[in-house]
Ligand binder design. Structure first.
Ligand code: NAD
Length: 295
């Protein structure tokens, strides 16, 4: 098996996942450049810097040591794209919108290092459709790399190849993720939401439906779907706040758009109250307001 030499990683998107993936790489002594949009005013890397400062709130000890935090540099897409040429692996973790991801791919592709691996952390968009946003000659080194939240503690990473993904590259990436980042890999096919989210979001939707049908409160449902069944950290609505309500809605939209033949298709809709919170900018933990903390 060919080895993948990864000296530096670029993470595109300093949100809930991107900042934590960067921190996880840093904890494994892998230098990272964390990119995001330039802040509208003031400090150009404000979004990425703020996200890094904020991950301490998502994870009380995001870095294994103070030194590890120094492995992360921040950057933005306007001034720093040439720095992508330093990185052998690029992990894209921007918002779950196909158009936004494709726009970004068109901007970054000319700056990628020859032979660099480019992988999307999408929750469930088509990897084949995303790969089409890359120049043809780069598609053999493109795949899905789906980390789970929180990436430091969740061992699962789904690896999703397309028909064009180079098999030896995928084997080498799996070996790197396993040995360097300590992950357990599940290879998934390029189907909507892959494996874990297809099952997970399906069960969240069933809970949403029965919550409304039975007139239950969020607290009651979280007690039933969390501590009472021995899963203290995975109660439904608390998890939704941690994931991000906009991200959850995007994933549900993908199911609505791509699973028309599914017998449960009618359930693949975000409830009006969820849309209402999103409309107010209450997106969960990342905006400090969501299902549990009202604005
Ligand atoms: P987020 O909303 O926390 O962060 C999204 C980031 O994308 C932000 O930093 C934002 O500045 C940036 N962004 C927004 N629009 C952009 C654009 N047009 N161009 C470039 N950058 C833009 O999102 P997240 O929860 O970190 O999710 C990121 C990706 O990871 C998504 O594809 C999501 O489906 C996936 N994912 C999320 C979770 C989760 O639990 N939140 C888990 C696994 C995978």
């Amino acid at each position: 098996m060919s080895r993948l030499i990864i000296r530096k990683v670029a993470v595109l998107g300093a949100g809930v996942m991107g900042a934590q993936i960067a921190a996880h790489c840093a904890n494994a002594d892998v230098p990272v450049i964390l990119f995001d949009l330039p802040a509208p005013e003031g400090e150009p890397n404000g979004i990425a810097n703020k996200a890094l400062a904020g991950i301490g709130k998502l994870d009380p000890a995001p870095f294994a040591s103070r030194e590890r935090a120094q492995y992360i540099e921040t950057a933005n897409y306007e001034a720093d794209l040439a720095r992508l040429g330093e990185c052998e692996l690029v992990i894209e973790a921007i918002a779950e919108k196909m158009e936004w991801k494709l726009d970004l791919y068109a901007r970054v592709a000319p700056f990628l290092k020859p032979g660099a691996v480019f992988a999307s952390n999408t929750s469930g968009l088509s990897i084949t459709a995303l790969a089409a946003g890359m120049p043809v000659e780069r598609r053999s080194r493109f795949c899905g790399i789906h980390f789970f939240n929180p990436p430091r503690y969740m061992p699962l990473v789904e690896l999703i190849p397309t028909a064009d993904t180079d098999a030896a590259m995928l084997d080498a990436l799996e070996a790197w993720l396993t040995t360097r980042l300590g992950k357990s890999i599940v290879r998934a096919r390029d189907t909507p939401n892959f494996v874990a989210n297809r099952v997970g979001v399906f069960s969240i939707l069933a809970v949403l439906h029965h919550t409304a049908r039975l007139g239950l409160s969020f607290d009651e449902v979280d007690l039933l779907t969390g501590p009472r069944i021995g899963r203290p950290k995975s109660a439904t609505f608390r998890t939704a706040d941690v994931v991000g309500l906009d991200t959850l809605a995007h994933v549900i939209d993908t199911m609505q758009a791509t699973l028309a033949d599914d017998p449960w298709h009618a359930y693949f809709k975000s409830p009006a109250w969820l849309q209402g919170l999103i409309g107010k900018g209450a997106l969960g933990q990342k905006t400090k307001a969501g299902i549990y903390r009202k604005q």
